[in-house]
Design a protein. Structure first.
Length: 73
């Protein structure tokens, strides 16, 4: 649906409802489309623990090296 700027100003609430319902709402200045109303969808949240059991543990870099480790260098 294409609406001119004056109509969009008068019927903004209705146009927002239409966009939220999935309609394609375009606002034009004269014959030229200048804006499109789109619904804002909630962002997907990151789930903690999604990689639990799939990633190994990192080495402890603050732990002193053993004599064996020093000999391997």
């Amino acid at each position: 649906m294409i609406y001119d700027l004056r109509t969009a100003k008068r019927q903004l609430s209705r146009l927002i409802e239409a966009a939220d319902a999935g309609e394609d709402v375009v606002i034009a200045r004269g014959e030229k489309p200048v804006a499109r109303l789109l619904p804002v969808r909630p962002a997907r949240r990151f789930r903690l623990g999604i990689l639990a059991g799939k990633v190994g543990s990192a080495p402890d870099f603050l732990k002193p090296m053993s004599e064996e480790d020093w000999n391997d260098i």
